[in-house]
Write a protein that binds this ligand. Sequence first.
Ligand SMILES: [Ca+2]
Ligand SMILES: [Ca+2]
Length: 165
Amino acid sequence: MVPKQFIFGLISLHLMMVYTGGNEMCKASIARRWACPPPWIQWGGECYRAIMEPLTWSEAKDECIKMGGVLVAPRSQEETDFLVLLLPSRFWINCNDIEKEGTWVCQVGTDMVEFRNWLSGEPSNSGNEDCAYLLPTGKWNDFPCSSKRLAVCKAATSLRHDCTF
Ligand SMILES: [Ca+2]
Ligand SMILES: [Ca+2]
């Protein structure tokens, strides 16, 4: 008969190997910056990816979800500076006043974002504009949601998943 201590020993050894192996993978991904699988690009501990096909605002939101992320809403000037380098074009951000005219809601997933960066004279709602896009200057303009624009999606880094034990 196998002694109980021996079985416990084997289980502990196995667990130790699993956890050590996981930690090594985690360290390797930090060192090699593999936290965001290509074509996602890492910035500030999160992953970003441009959608290069013009879509309506709600199509862009859906497309980001299909890709495993959410439509971006910049939280700061620093993040804006990164975004205009990533995609120097006009692209949708997750800000809208669809529900109540003039009450702008910006969100990253379910997180509310307070940062605003409107172009002078915007939001103008001229001809009913309820969705916001970012200009190559980093400033925002409100625009009809049914117009087609590029977009940037954002996702959590896989680093977080690797290292959460
Ligand atoms: Ca509006
Ligand atoms: Ca406008």
